[in-house]
Design a protein around this ligand. Sequence first.
Ligand code: BTN
Length: 264
Amino acid sequence: MSIFFDSSGFVGHLSTQWLGQDFRYYEQIESTNRFVKELKADSVEHGTVVLADNQTQGRGQYQREWETVPGQNLTFSMVFKPQEIMGIHALTLACALCIVEMVDHLEFNAPVSIKWPNDVMFDGKKMAGLLTENVFIGNKLERLILGIGININQGKFSSNLRNPATSLRLESGKRYSRERLLNELLRRIEFKYHLWSRRQPILYRQINRKIKGYGHWVKLKVDGKLQEDRYKLLGINENGELLLLNKEGGIESFSYEQIRIVTN
Ligand code: BTN
């Protein structure tokens, strides 16, 4: 298997209507998110996908680094131009759900879940991360950039990562076609985007079922501080806010960034 992403083979087989139909491949780039963010408004469209085999300055949440071995994984950014900004966090979660479903479809015997707010976990180890950024022109959202990193064929991770990481290959011993997986993932995302843009309740139910801790009494870190009380995790609302039941029976909602869930 070549270490380079087969861009023309991928485009030739792409089975989406609009997502990734404008596909741009780079062997090496600083960060696909940053690259897409810096493109001029008229040179990027709803559905543009930029993928790099190697990111020299891949970024994660909180300006952390996103490191991967070149040519082994999927590191790409998608552009969306939604009508409104409301609920964009739910879109990030919808994309996380698509990754979970894609991995579930490979029939592993292990739990795959969304760790609030932006990680995909395989049996407690991080398999993928998402980074969503906005570009505004004045006070109007011009584009939304949703960057995804998924560990596919990487065989080893450094031991000083904050969270233990894993890849599909480490879990199954097999190598996977990144082109095939990306095609499948974009198909799923395109479909969920459709549900998201129509605020279809089924989408929120599907997301909730995959959020780690859903329906359980969990501990929280709010703005970095561990809370003493436990809360029951009720899932997300249409805006992508997390709803929690406190022990007095009141429902509290928290924004995407504000909160971390501690499930053990
Ligand atoms: C995280 O887990 O903190 C989010 C990681 C997001 C990584 C992806 S890889 C493609 C895109 N380009 C970046 O620089 N980051 C995102």
